[in-house]
Design a protein around this ligand. Structure first.
Ligand code: AMP
Ligand code: MG
Length: 399
C-alpha cells in the first residue's frame, strides 16, 4: 500500500506533455491555454464616458454655471474638436470624452435650453470617466499559458482579437466497464444485474475536462475477453485508458492480470486511500492505464485524484490537482486507521458567513445517490478524527 502522494508522483512521472494546437474561440472552454494572452490595445482605448450627459471642465462646472453646447460625442463617432472655456459637449455612454474636458455631468443633473446647458450640480475632475487603459494596458498579459479556459474568460479573449487560441491538444481516452453483472443503461437489469452507471459518469467527467473519449462496450468477467478488449484499446494509442471494476481480490477480478497479459507495465495496485484502495495504474507505450474500483463513488474519487490529474498534467495545466480550501465541520468525522479518506460532503454557509460542511448521509462507496449531492471531497488524514467546529480541508468538485 503506497501513500496517495506517492501514487500522484508516480502518475506525474509517467505522464508526457501533449503538443499544442489552435482551436476556434467557440470551442475552447475547458481546454488548457498553450500561449499567454496579451492585450493588443488599451482598454478603454480612449477616455470613455460612463453616462449620458455633458462633457465639461470640472473647474468651471460649478452649480448654476451655464455652458455653450458646441457639439456631441456619440459611441462610434467622438467629437474631434477641443473643448474650451465656457463650453460643453453633449456625450453618450461609451463615447470618447473630447480633448479639453475632464468630467462628465449626467443628464439628470443638467438643464438644457437653446444651445446652452445649465449645470445643476458641481462635478469633480474625472467624474463619470473611465480613463484610457484603466482596465488593461496594451501589451499586458491577461491569462498565462496553463490556465484552464472558462466561460468567464471568453469576453476578454474576444475583445483582444483571439478568434482562435493556442491550447494543448485534448487527451484521448477510452472508457470501459467490466463486470458480468453490468448491463447497458437502456436495459432493465435482471435479478443479478445492475446498470452501467460508471461509464456514463466517466464520460460526463471527461467531457467537462476537455478529454476526447470513447465509451467501449461492456466486457464480462472473463480474462480472455478482457485482455482482448484492452489490447484493442491500446492499439488505437489513446493517451488514457480507464477501466472500472475487477480490481479487487475476488475470484473473478481479472483487470490487473488482463493489463499484464496485454503488455501493460503496472506501477501500483494499492493506495492508502478510502474509497479507492485497489486502484491500479500502469502504462503501455504512451498510454496511461487506470483500473478503478467498480463502486461508483470510488470511481469518482479516483478519477478526480488521478485520472483528471494526469489529463491536466499532460496539457501542461498550471493547477492539475483539485482546488483545495477550508470549511468548518459540523459533526465528528472519523478516518480509518491506515488510509486517508476523501469523503463526499455538501457545503453551505452559516449565518456568520463561514463555509461549513453539511455531512451527507453517505453509506459508503456504492452510494452514488449521496454523491450526487456532494460539492466537495473532505480530506480526513488516516488515524485522525475531525471534531465539530474544527476547520478541515476540502477539495472542490465544481470547476
Ligand atoms: P468490483 O470492483 O468489480 O469488485 O465492483 C465493485 C462494485 O461496483 C460491485 O458492487 C459492482 O457491481 C459495482 N460496479 C462495478 N462496475 C460497475 C459499473 N460499471 N457501474 C455501476 N456499478 C458497478
Ligand atoms: Mg466485479
Amino acid at each position: 500500500m503506497i501513500p496517495i502522494s506517492e501514487a500522484i508522483s508516480i502518475v506525474a512521472r509517467e505522464t508526457q506533455l501533449l503538443e499544442a494546437e489552435r482551436v476556434a474561440l467557440g470551442e475552447c472552454v475547458g481546454r488548457i491555454l498553450a500561449e499567454d494572452i496579451v492585450a493588443d490595445l488599451d482598454l478603454p482605448p480612449f477616455d470613455r464616458s460612463q453616462m449620458d450627459g455633458f462633457a465639461v471642465r470640472a473647474a468651471e462646472a460649478t452649480e448654476g454655471t451655464r455652458l455653450r453646447i458646441i457639439g456631441e460625442s456619440v459611441a462610434g463617432k467622438g467629437f474631434d474638436g477641443d473643448l474650451g472655456t465656457g463650453e460643453a459637449v453633449r456625450i453618450m455612454t461609451g463615447a470618447r470624452v473630447p480633448a479639453g474636458a475632464d468630467a462628465v455631468q449626467k443628464i439628470e443633473e443638467t438643464r438644457e435650453s437653446t444651445g446652452t446647458v445649465e449645470i445643476r450640480k458641481a462635478v469633480t475632475a474625472g467624474q463619470n470617466i473611465v480613463g484610457r487603459a484603466r482596465e488593461i494596458r496594451i501589451g499586458d498579459t491577461l491569462f498565462r499559458a496553463g490556465a484552464r479556459i472558462n466561460e468567464r474568460m471568453i469576453a476578454s479573449l474576444a475583445s483582444f482579437g483571439y478568434s482562435d487560441v493556442a491550447v494543448s491538444a485534448a487527451p484521448r481516452a477510452s472508457i470501459l466497464a467490466t463486470g458480468s453483472e453490468i448491463v447497458d443503461i437502456d436495459r432493465v437489469p435482471g435479478p443479478d444485474q445492475i446498470r452501467n452507471s460508471n461509464s456514463a459518469m466517466l464520460s460526463a467527467f471527461a467531457a467537462a475536462d476537455g478529454i476526447r473519449h470513447r465509451v467501449e462496450p461492456i466486457v464480462g468477467d472473463d480474462l480472455g475477453n478482457l485482455t482482448a478488449a484492452i489490447s484493442e484499446m491500446l492499439s488505437s494509442q489513446p493517451e488514457i485508458i480507464v477501466l472500472t471494476g475487477g480490481v479487487s481480490v475476488g475470484d473473478y477480478d481479472f483487470t490487473k492480470t488482463a493489463f499484464r497479459d496485454a503488455g501493460v507495465e503496472i506501477f501500483f495496485d494499492k493506495i492508502a486511500l478510502k474509497p479507492g484502495k485497489p486502484t491500479v495504474f500502469g502504462r503501455s507505450g504512451r498510454t496511461l492505464v487506470f483500473g478503478l474500483p467498480g463502486n461508483p463513488v470510488s470511481v469518482a474519487v479516483t478519477y478526480f485524484l488521478f485520472v483528471r490529474f494526469a489529463a491536466l498534467l499532460m496539457q501542461n495545466a498550471a493547477d492539475p490537482e483539485m482546488r483545495r480550501g477550508n470549511a468548518v465541520a459540523m459533526h465528528e468525522i472519523r478516518s480509518t486507521p491506515k488510509r486517508d479518506c476523501y469523503l463526499p460532503v455538501s457545503l453551505a454557509t452559516d449565518d456568520s458567513g463561514r463555509l461549513i460542511i453539511d455531512s451527507l448521509r453517505f453509506t459508503g462507496s456504492s452510494d452514488f445517490i449521496a454523491f450526487s449531492a456532494a460539492d466537495a471531497l473532505l480530506y480526513v488524514q488516516k488515524g485522525t478524527t475531525i471534531a465539530p467546529g474544527e476547520v478541515a480541508e476540502v477539495c472542490f468538485l465544481e470547476r
